[in-house]
Design a protein around this ligand. Structure first.
Ligand SMILES: NC(=[NH2+])NCCC[C@H](N)C(=O)O
Length: 420
């Protein structure tokens, strides 16, 4: 058996050494226009198109790094009797489905994994269930292909998400169980659900957490990550010796394309970042706050001009590239809406993003990034080693309707350290 991989992520851009993915299944179609919002989607998706698009992402990543699928990791641990018992028990208890327990436990691990992800149909054997619009005894995990959010590798720990909405809670439980039991990964998990303070007010989702450098963490706060969630993270960092900076960026609550920080800001290279100008650079009411931690104490909390200037002050000078280009606010808005700012770095200056955001791509190209279509990589038409700086472009007309891009769809668990 291959040895377990020790997880560790110390930057957003270090060369990628492992990533967790989830290929979308029937759970992304199992909704109607009327209840798509409850599933946290802005539109309904077509699975066959989404699958094709997703394949571009997964096949590119398979060429570049070690990839694991959630369903495979889950199936593996469901073979362990105690793990299966405990997970099914927790799910059924939390989701008011105790009657399902015996049936689920009788399933073979791969089928159980599938049902945990895709949901379990409601048996219409009572008048109440017959008359109800609800179709599921266990709801499908519509958003699981955004593996970024339910768990996050932050330095030497894996932080378990404390999801802001109930529809995503099971994802975090599954990821915690995977990280605690998989024979393929070795990691220490930290779970904010066990916090002694403000347990109910804490919410933390991975789209808001960016590991900028070994000593700098950037955190977005808004509808998904609460201020109590940020305070929880600060308390964790206070356990370490030395200096650490946490840069907090407030986010608007609407529209839904601003749910996470990674929808308006991502890191691209040692010296470049992608910004959505109106929120990140322009003067506005959403504050940037720097929290300095030293040897276990919060030494200082102060307001900053903006995120880019703050990072500059911390010795991380970054040139901002503009989502949607520099000229037209409407184009910026349109491309941000379709996850134009949401890049996933596979190494410094090597990123993946949606091809549909053409003005953003032009901006990248003007700043030295070669634009490489995913299919050219998959079909071996080009060799990535020939390029210093690139953006691999994937199709994303359906995927983007789910509300996220390449960064949201990837959960890196190991990266090489960056030399600056
Ligand atoms: N890291 C991200 N930006 N993830 C996007 C998640 C989108 C998903 N529909 C949700 O609302 O939860």
């Amino acid at each position: 058996m291959a040895e377990a991989i020790h997880t560790g992520v110390y930057s957003e851009i270090g060369e990628i050494e492992g990533v967790i993915l989830h290929t979308p299944g029937s759970e992304v179609e199992n909704m109607t226009p009327g209840n798509a919002e409850r599933a946290l989607y802005s539109d309904i998706l077509n699975l066959s198109v989404a699958e094709e698009e997703y394949r571009q992402l997964s096949q590119v990543l398979e060429k570049i790094t070690h990839t694991f699928q959630v369903k495979d990791l889950l199936t593996e641990i469901l073979n362990i009797d105690e793990v299966r018992e405990a997970l099914v028990h927790k799910i059924c208890k939390r989701e008011n489905a105790k009657l399902l327990k015996e049936k689920l436990l009788a399933l073979k691990p791969s089928e159980l994994a599938r049902q945990i992800i895709e949901g379990v149909p409601l048996h219409k054997n009572t008048l109440t269930s017959f008359l109800s619009d609800e179709r599921n005894a266990l709801r499908p995990l519509h958003n699981f292909f955004f593996t970024r959010d339910a768990s996050m590798t932050v330095y030497d720990k894996v932080l378990i998400g404390k999801m802001a909405t109930k529809v995503r809670e099971r994802e975090a439980l599954v990821m915690e169980t995977i990280f605690n039991h998989s024979s393929k990964l070795k990691s220490n998990t930290v779970n904010p659900s066990k916090s002694k303070h403000h347990k109910h007010e804490i919410s933390i989702e991975g789209g808001d957490i960016l590991v900028a450098r070994e000593d700098i963490l950037i955190v977005g706060t808004g509808v998904r990550t609460s201020t109590q969630g940020v305070d929880y993270i600060i308390r964790q960092l206070q356990k370490n010796k030395g200096k650490h900076s946490v840069v907090v960026q407030q986010l608007p609550s609407t529209p839904e394309s601003f749910i996470h920080l990674d929808m308006v800001f991502t890191l691209l290279d040692r010296d470049m970042c992608m910004v959505y100008d109106p929120i990140i650079m322009q003067p506005n009411k959403y504050q940037t706050i720097l929290i300095s931690i030293e040897d276990g104490h919060v030494k200082n909390i102060e307001k900053q001009t903006n995120l880019v200037q703050c990072l500059n002050g911390l010795g991380m000078p970054l040139k901002p590239l503009y989502c949607g280009g520099r000229k037209d606010l409407w184009i910026q808005e349109r491309e941000q809406w379709h996850s134009g700012a949401n890049f996933f770095a596979v190494g410094p200056g090597k990123v993946i993003g949606y091809d549909r955001n053409v003005y953003t791509m032009e901006e990248m190209n003007n700043n030295g990034f070669e634009i490489i279509p995913a299919l050219d990589v998959i079909d071996n038409k080009i060799s990535l080693n020939d390029y210093e700086k690139y953006v691999i472009t994937i199709s994303g007309s359906e995927l983007a309707r789910g509300g996220g891009g390449a960064r949201c769809m990837t959960m890196p668990f190991k990266r090489k350290r960056v030399d600056y």
